[in-house]
Design a protein around this ligand. Structure first.
Ligand SMILES: C[S@@+](CC[C@H](N)C(=O)[O-])C[C@H]1O[C@@H](n2cnc3c(N)ncnc32)[C@H](O)[C@@H]1O
Length: 210
């Protein structure tokens, strides 16, 4: 992800007043936000929004809330939302940890997607990784019983950390023995296809709330 293109900037300014949700430290009424009582899903770290937009387009029966901090990424997702005419996707441009803690009421989500979170490769930086026990406990409480938390990564040692952290959360249950097959709703991105051709693995983890 690099600098902002002129198109991203244009779409950011045109779309965020319509589909952006400002960060406010108060509970968000998701039903009111989308204007209907459809299943609600959260995606943390949408990046350039390729996967986010494709999933929302394929599942008009669900509502999606994407959280991303990086402005060119938000601009890129805004462009996709406009071009694809998506009506079931909203964006919060803010730190996801604060959004979850301050804005998302408990037991409101039927799914949470965290695809390829920043790996923070150096050992001394592992503490910056998103998937840590306290945050996973917070995420789990936002899920309805039976709702799922789906993480994917292409870093083996982060996959192992995810597996340990999610397995140790008492309210979560693994849907697979360890790693799960890629669910069909998660499309293969160009980046991932290229990685697979080079022999790089990807690990999916899908856990459900008890
Ligand atoms: C490696 S990228 C992956 C993007 C995308 N999910 C994909 O699969 O292509 C990780 C993304 O998470 C975002 N991110 C990292 N920490 C975040 C946080 N605390 N809150 C919101 N977004 C975050 C980064 O800006 C970046 O866009």
């Amino acid at each position: 992800m690099g600098r902002m293109s002129a198109a991203q900037e244009r779409y950011l300014h045109a779309m965020m007043p319509k589909i952006g949700v400002p960060f406010r430290p108060e509970p968000l009424d998701l039903t009111a936000l989308f204007g209907r009582a459809a299943p609600k899903l959260l995606e943390i770290g949408c990046g350039m929004g390729e996967t986010t937009a494709r999933i929302a387009a394929l599942h008009p029966e669900n509502d999606y809330l994407g959280v991303e901090v990086h402005t060119p990424g938000v601009g890129s997702l805004c462009k996709r939302i406009a071009e694809m005419g998506l009506e079931n996707l909203r964006i919060i441009q803010h730190d996801a940890v604060e959004v979850v803690r301050a804005m998302l009421p408990e037991e409101t989500l039927c799914g949470i997607h965290i695809f390829f979170p920043d790996p923070w490769q150096k050992k001394r930086h592992h503490k910056r990784r998103l998937i840590q026990p306290p945050f996973v406990a917070e995420l789990t409480r936002r899920l309805q019983p039976g709702g799922y938390l789906h993480c994917a990564t292409d870093w083996q040692d982060y996959a192992e950390q995810m597996l340990a952290v999610l397995s140790n959360e008492p309210e979560l249950m693994n849907t697979a023995t360890n790693y799960a097959p890629r669910p069909e709703y998660r499309p293969l991105t160009k980046f991932e296809q290229r990685g697979r051709r080079l022999g790089h693995d990807v690990w999916d983890l899908v856990f459900v709330r008890r």
